[in-house]
Design a protein around this ligand. Sequence first.
Ligand code: ADP
Ligand code: MG
Length: 334
Amino acid sequence: MKLLKDIGEFGLIERISKKLKIRTKDLLVGIGDDACAFKSSKNVSLLTTDILIENVHFTLSISPEYIGWKAIASSISDIAAMGGTPKYALISIGLKETMPIKFVDRIYNGIEECCNRFKITVVGGDTVSSPECVVINVTLFGETEKKNIIRRSGAKEGDKIFVTGFLGDVSVGMISSRFFKQIPRVKEARILLKFCKLTSMIDVSDGLANEINHIAKESNVGAIIYKDKLPLSKFLLKSAHKLKKDPYDFALYGGEDYELLFTAGKDASKEKIENLTGTKITWIGEILNKDFDFAVKIIDKDGKEEKLREKAYEHFKSKTSKQIRTTDKISERN
Ligand code: ADP
Ligand code: MG
């Protein structure tokens, strides 16, 4: 088996760059120079970066294609949540010299598959040796229009709270050896911007509880979430039952869903948004005046209210690393 130390940094860069396709006419200089150069036409540029570390975000027992997909999908989700379209990526990797070249090939297969779907061009990166663990950093450039930037901070009392898709499937899937290749909600965000008066938006990467608390804090409002309205899939209910766990723990605190959580004025209708996007949309709550007893509350169908605490994983605070285990089943989650 050929290892990275057999071809070295430059051999690997050459190999990677051959794999990567150019998907835009605006690129003036791509991989192979000191920096890339491109024409930027829209009036607002968006820039985001995410880092994945072996044994924190993934283990090497996971399919490398999935690791590659996830590395870029998490940044795409951030661009979507700002109201943008992703365009260029810089991908930096730290690898062990004793790793098979095939492993890197497969990571890049996952990256390219996701880039192809979202018409993203990889325009550069950095390749270094990392003796202890694999590191992947994705920096993603996107574009939008000034009027379409959606912040976390615009929610107003009386707004409705919505979420796309299902919650908790990805986190319960990781424990049940079922991995979902999330499709970040770029299309949905762009449609929402056009047809709804969105007031705030965030992507659900750290669990719904955290994200709604972010919106409440940034917007200086309170919120109420109706527990029985939360979109739980059959897969989540079945898997949680098998694991003897509460499905709501996954839906509220699981994270990695890459769904969109957004608020819109009173007259926004779930049916209308669903028809426009062709994606499941659920109305899950309302924005309240901050002066309520709790900033963010969750209420069950019997009317029992609780504070919705932030519990998702927080780096440096949480004792255990994110539990990600081996896989055989990977499927697309749309
Ligand atoms: P420099 O010494 O200027 O940092 P490098 O030798 O690191 O240049 O990189 C050469 C070219 O290859 C650059 O265009 C860089 O962006 C690109 N590159 C390096 N590593 C990667 C990677 N992992 N993925 C994509 N492009 C890469
Ligand atoms: Mg370099």
